[in-house]
Design a protein around this ligand. Structure first.
Ligand SMILES: [Zn+2]
Length: 449
């Protein structure tokens, strides 16, 4: 049992996890696998606004001004009644109930889509010999890990590169992988393809870390500290020693869905989505109270309109910890519904800055641009998103659905206690409401095949 004493001794002195976030090490690989998903930071979009000093650009379109006032009232109420709204928390649940009541007051029927978000390792990683547990170490599930339990002997695969894995017999084994060089996703995919039943990634600097995958892995994937990783590596040569782990999803969140049935093309769907969670302990007025308030106001404006297509209004939970709500929604789409979803419009952190911004499908952006120019809305078309940043449109886009992301250009206060109402500009909300309604009207006027 070479190595196991070292390991068990290490347990006593194990440091508490203080690392909030870990990506691949600096220097090597481009910013892969950030633990959190800052919703939107747009490349080169430095704020040009003075905090608290609203810009006035000519006379606002009356519809923009009206929508802005109405959305701002909704935002004030949401912020007072349901913030903060930390992902997958009781606060988030309170917010969902508040928003559900708002949608029902507008005459919508709503449904709740619950899903699981947070993986926990039940009891850590157990070391066993001949069925007897001889030690246990703390592990941290990597975000988006598969659920499941695995038992096997340890196989050291170095950094888990394709060439590290090539020729290794990993069937039924637990792959031990050193952090660094390539993304966690690539490491875990490589060993899973080679037959490993679980992946344990150990740190390449002292202490533990947390990582995230890009999409759900095929096998359970966890991280351990460098010290424990080295100790585990020695177990590769220990006879009759196995390790066992069990990862399951515990904490829950939910999407809130309101459906506005369509007319003669009711099988076609336009999804309007915004996330209602915040990072912990922030008011979240811009991120993403602004998106929720805007979407509620859109829901109000279109409540009595008739469209040929169905509109699904989706308030996503648990965006901030990895787009869980939107990923779940897209995962649950069957082929028929996915191919019939003609557009997804996402509203996230659109309330601070100088001008409204849009990003996404060029054809839809053109429609919006034309409307904006006739309405005096100075909208900025964004060509790219900053690397490592994302929001709820991303899973839809990956599924081949045309998307539009409504945003703005000042993200300097999101995820901070300064993300307060005073930095949200009603005109930006009003512009997004007006552009959205115009786009829905345009889509409705199209000839349908
Ligand atoms: Zn956001």
């Amino acid at each position: 049992m070479h190595g196991s004493f070292t390991l068990i001794n290490l347990l006593a002195g194990m440091v508490a996890l203080s690392v909030a976030c870990a990506t691949e090490p600096p220097g090597g690989h481009p910013a892969a696998d950030p633990i959190k998903t800052p919703p939107i930071v747009v490349e080169g979009a430095a704020s040009t606004t003075t905090p608290g000093a609203p810009e006035t650009v000519g006379t606002p379109d009356p519809e923009v001004a009206r929508g802005g006032r109405a959305a701002m009232e909704r935002l004030v109420a949401l912020t007072e009644q349901a913030s903060p709204r930390a992902s997958a928390s009781e606060q988030e649940q309170v917010a969902a109930e508040y928003i559900q009541a708002e949608l029902e007051a507008l005459g919508y029927e709503t449904r709740i889509e619950p899903f699981k978000v947070r993986a926990v390792a039940t009891g850590g990683l157990f070391l066993r010999t001949k069925g007897t547990t001889i030690g246990e170490i703390e592990v941290f599930p990597i975000l988006l890990t598969a659920e499941g339990s695995a038992t096997g002997s340890v196989a050291d695969v170095s950094a888990g590169l394709k060439e590290d894995v090539a020729g290794q017999e990993l069937k039924g084994k637990i792959a031990l992988i050193k952090r660094g060089g390539i993304t966690f996703q690539e490491k875990v995919d490589n060993v899973a393809q080679a037959g490993a039943v679980a992946a344990v990634v150990y740190n390449n600097e002292p202490g533990p870390f947390r990582g995230t995958l890009r999409y759900e892995s095929a096998i359970p994937a966890v991280s351990v500290s460098m010290e424990e990783g080295i100790a585990l590596r020695n177990l590769e040569y220990a006879e009759n020693v196995e390790v066992a782990l069990n990862v399951k999803y515990s904490a829950g969140s939910e999407n809130l869905v309101a459906v506005k049935p369509g007319g003669d093309k009711g099988e076609r769907i336009v999804v309007l989505g915004a996330h209602y969670d915040t990072v912990p302990n922030v008011p979240g007025a811009n991120d993403n109270g602004s998106g929720i308030a805007t979407l509620l106001e859109v829901a109000s404006v279109i409540a009595n309109k008739e469209y040929a297509f169905t509109v699904e209004i989706v308030m996503f939970g648990a965006e901030e910890i990895g787009l869980f709500g939107s990923r779940y929604y897209v995962k649950e789409l069957d082929d028929n519904k996915r191919t019939n979803t003609i557009a997804m419009l996402n509203f996230d952190a659109l309330g601070s800055g100088k001008n409204p911004g849009i990003y996404g499908d060029p054809e839809l952006l053109d429609v919006l641009g034309q409307y904006a120019s006739t309405s005096g809305i100075e909208v900025e078309k964004k060509n790219s998103m900053a690397p490592g940043t994302s929001s709820d449109h991303a899973p839809f886009s990956e599924a081949g659905i045309p998307v539009v992301f409504f945003l703005a250009d000042d993200f300097s206060r999101i995820h901070s206690p300064e993300d307060t109402l005073e930095f949200v500009r009603p005109e930006l909300l009003g512009s997004a409401v007006a552009m959205t309604v115009a786009l829905l009207d345009q889509l409705d006027a199209r000839a349908w095949d």
